[in-house]
Design a protein. Structure first.
Length: 120
């Protein structure tokens, strides 16, 4: 089984609050992921989506309390394993995209490309 690496940007991570503005779950076993934003049950929603897309061991990699733009970038490392980079809470879409690609690359991703974006 290929090992999976993932980059995480804990932009504005806060341990308290009413609910998260954005959440991302990732399954290192299947490379499935799920994300949700701007809802009271955002964590459960993201977990459900990860499982819906085939995740069997989904783990939370982002829980962002700050509203704003977010992005997910995917790439592979030199051994062909999936690498994910994320961002959230940015004031503009370009910044969120750039940071997700930067995080993917930082954790070994090659040819990282933005696959999903949101504003919430």
């Amino acid at each position: 089984m290929k090992s999976i690496l993932f980059g995480i940007l804990f932009s504005s991570f806060i341990a308290v609050g009413v609910y998260a503005q954005s959440a991302v779950y990732f399954c290192p076993d299947t490379t499935s992921y799920g994300y949700c934003y701007g809802a009271p049950e955002v964590d459960q929603c993201a977990l459900d989506k990860c499982q819906e897309y085939g995740g069997t061991n989904c783990q939370q990699i982002v829980d962002c309390k700050k509203k704003g733009y977010g992005a997910i970038a995917l790439g592979e490392n030199s051994e062909g394993a999936a690498v994910i980079g994320t961002s959230c809470g940015f004031g503009n879409l370009a910044g969120a995209k750039n940071e997700a690609v930067k995080q993917c690359t930082k954790y070994g991703g090659i040819n990282c490309q933005v696959k999903n974006t949101w504003n919430g």
